[in-house]
Design a protein around this ligand. Sequence first.
Ligand code: FNR
Length: 346
Amino acid sequence: MVSKQSHRKDEHVSLAIKFYDEKSHAGFDHLRFIHQGIPEISLNEVSLESYIDKIDLDFPFYIEAMTGGSEYTKKLNQSLAKIAEETGIAMATGSQSVALKDSTLSDSFSIVRETNPNGTIFSNIGASVDVKNAQKAVDMMDSNALEIHINTPQEIIMPEGDREFNWINNIKEINQNLNVPVIVKEVGFGMSAETIQLLIDNGVKNINISGKGGTNFSKIENYRRKEQELDYLSDWGQTTVESLLETKKAHVSDDITIIASGGIRTPLDAAKAISLGADAVGIAAPILYSLIKNGEDETVRFINDFKDGLINIMTMLGCRSISELKKIKMIADPYLQNYINQRNIP
Ligand code: FNR
């Protein structure tokens, strides 16, 4: 018998694939780079190295949190771990909260470390898990960092979801007591300057604004309901671009790492996210879609093409490093400029 929890994990995968849109709706089309005709650089001078907290990354993008918690998603995690190892990119798993409640599911996560013993791996839990269990999640995969996801709209739309969202003290406690860096991430609803500031004021150093415009969990959870009456929430949240702009309104000092995810579909989307201040970007559904539809080898190629695409764009912009790309200013169209004006983004 497949448990309710495992069934839900499988459904998330099948619905994310069903609703997958290869076009981003995360706001990147509202921005453009200024072309530089004589960039005075050669392709082989470009470095993609970046970092999250104390963790060095060879590439500024990674496989974002998705799966685990069932037999099927164990296989997916194993494939994703192989792909991560072959391409040298980091990888997060889906929420381990299910395995903390039912230890028979923990092998669907530990397989990731077994498959990729030297890789950079991020654990993932919900924001109500206590410190002891947060450490257990990290130990399960000997992870390099822990992602804590915040997902109020998703829980609200799920009939079986949480109904209490007093999270900040728990986040603060985990952040103070864990032996690896902590990243607080959204799941595709984005963040406001107020949320970002609250996290920073409580000691959080790594923030993944995971915005609207890619995988849409209000759509996915609404589809899972018997009565699909909450469709009116399907546009809730700030896009990834809006959320990155919100970081400019908060007091983000140099020791804070900003990560972008949500609707990163092309190297151009990633480059724009970095030039809006992200140190790294997470890609979820496109990698899962590629794996399920085209297999491991094609997905390795997709990721390697993504690296080349970023190098091409950085070359055209004359940027030798991610820190140089972060300094490039883009032009916003009137629609986005209106958001910038109304939210008083500096
Ligand atoms: C997710 N996501 C997610 N996030 C998280 O923090 N914990 C989780 O368990 C999951 N589970 C999950 C399952 C599946 C099938 C998908 C596609 C996604 C959210 C994910 O990490 C990311 O924030 C969003 O998917 C937005 O990125 P993309 O998909 O638009 O690239």
